[in-house]
Design a protein around this ligand. Structure first.
Ligand code: S3P
Length: 441
């Protein structure tokens, strides 16, 4: 792996944001579209795939295991697979880059195939816990060796036939759930996964679109292997987790009025928007419709005065990736925002509670870091002092969150490295520029 050079940038106010933009295809859905297409017999077409580095890691891994994956001149992708059970032995280690989703889902997939794969990743990914998938995957008969503390590099040696199991998950994680369902695809009989709390259901929706026998029964999801997947035409909605940065930017910068077209509004992903509305944000989901089994709308967001909220722990799963930017919104609210039940944020691309507490304090926000949440005291809509130098900690969402904070600060905010943004939203700065230029015009 070659680490890319640090990309230090500063962000300062440039007026209001106005206009209509799109965001990259949903990252979660894009990973699944590539994987399931690569497991179907025949050729699938995918429109709107995420152009981020994380999804590129998934595509490279599926190619290394025998799928043909190509981008056409119109930007749509074609993926040809040979069927569940037909994965080929990869010749080299699978480099997962920064992507936890690629790693965990593919560990599940490999676990029920007669192949052996080594998974490696960058410094951030190599610190993240993999036992949450390794332990249940050993129960189906796979041999899994992790590095110290259950981290990468890891070796997965799949087993055929794998044992169908009922898995009671310990953490509410869509990645763990999906890894076990993917393993179930090539396992004879019924694999059951029981969730402690509902998590994003893109795998279930898309597996059903591809023709798998999958059902939900309360907290249990059951899938019948050895599945035959049929190729599909998938249209990936815009990523609500990418749109979140623009929605908060429009909410906090006076005079803003932004529309983000074609954004996924799956209820398991829209917790941030519910929280912002509870804080007084002006957000409308316009023109709601459905694309490839997922609900979609155009998001219109106008500047509004925000007030602090107390977010209950149950709110966490539906906005798990959005806490960094929620804390930025809270920094501009009137009053105090309190969050708890967020221990999972410490094992994302960075320790997001520590990264946000440190960064917010550096730009003049009063913030208290608890064991599993932050308390943020807001400015009441006033610009932040700014002026700090933020460490993005190889975490795209930390980098983008502080870039947005810089748009309403007295002194510019410097971010040590914006390069991780490439993993999920390569056009982040260009998209912001277009909204700021439209307003200036
Ligand atoms: C994801 C699930 C979430 C989320 C991640 C993407 C997925 O992780 O944080 O960015 O695509 O399944 P957990 O399932 O570990 O919470």
């Amino acid at each position: 792996m070659t680490a890319s050079a640090a990309l230090r940038r500063t962000f300062a106010p440039r007026g209001s944001l106005r206009g209509t933009v799109r965001v990259p295809g949903d990252k979660s859905i894009s990973h699944r579209a590539i994987m399931f297409s690569a497991l179907a017999v025949g050729e699938s077409r995918i429109e709107g795939l995420s152009d981020g580095g994380d999804v590129a890691s998934t595509a490279a891994a599926m190619r290394a295991m025998g799928a043909r994956i190509e981008r056409g001149p119109d930007g749509a992708w074609t993926v040809s697979g040979a069927g569940v059970g037909s994965l080929l032995q990869p010749e080299a280690a699978l480099d997962m880059g920064n992507s936890g989703t690629s790693t965990r889902l593919l560990m599940g997939l490999v676990a029920s195939h007669p192949i052996r794969a080594t998974f490696v990743g960058d410094a951030s990914l190599s610190r993240r816990p993999m036992n949450r998938v390794a332990v249940p995957l050993r129960r189906i008969g796979a041999r899994i060796e992790t590095s110290e503390g259950g981290r990468l590099p890891a070796i997965v040696e799949g087993i055929v036939p794998a044992l169908p199991q009922s898995h009671r998950m310990e953490v509410a994680s869509a990645q763990v759930k999906s890894a076990l369902l993917l393993a179930g695809l090539n396992t004879p009989g019924v694999t059951e996964v029981i969730e402690p709390a509902p998590t994003r259901d893109h795998s279930e929706r898309m597996l059903s679109l591809f023709g798998a026998e999958i059902e939900r029964d309360g907290p249990a999801i059951r899938i019948r292997g050895e599945a035959e997947l049929r190729p599909q035409h998938v249209i990936v909605p815009g990523d609500p987790s990418a749109a979140a940065f623009l929605a908060v930017a429009a909410s906090i910068v006076p005079g803003s009025d932004v529309t983000i077209a074609d954004v996924g509004i799956n209820p398991r992903r829209t917790g941030l928007y519910d929280a912002l509305k509870a804080m007084g944000a002006d957000i409308a989901f316009e023109n709601p419709r459905e694309l490839s089994g997922e609900p979609v709308a155009d998001l219109r967001v106008r500047h509004a005065a925000l007030r602090g909220v107390d977010l209950p722990p149950e709110a966490a799963a539906d906005m798990i990736d959005e806490f960094p930017i929620l804390f930025v919104a809270a920094a501009f609210a009137e009053g105090t925002t309190r969050t708890t039940g967020l221990a999972e944020l410490r094992v994302k691309e960075s320790d997001r509670l520590a990264a946000m507490a440190e960064g917010l304090a550096a730009i003049g926000v009063r913030v208290e870091e608890g064991e599993d949440g932050l308390v943020v005291h807001g400015s009441g809509g006033e610009p932040l002092s700014g002026g700090g130098e933020i460490s993005a900690r190889l975490d795209h969402r930390i980098a983008m969150s502080f870039a947005i904070a810089g748009l309403h600060a007295r002194k510019a905010i410097a971010i040590d490295d914006m390069s991780p943004v490439e993993t999920s939203f390569p056009a982040f700065e260009a998209t912001l520029d277009s909204l700021l230029e439209k307003a200036a015009a």
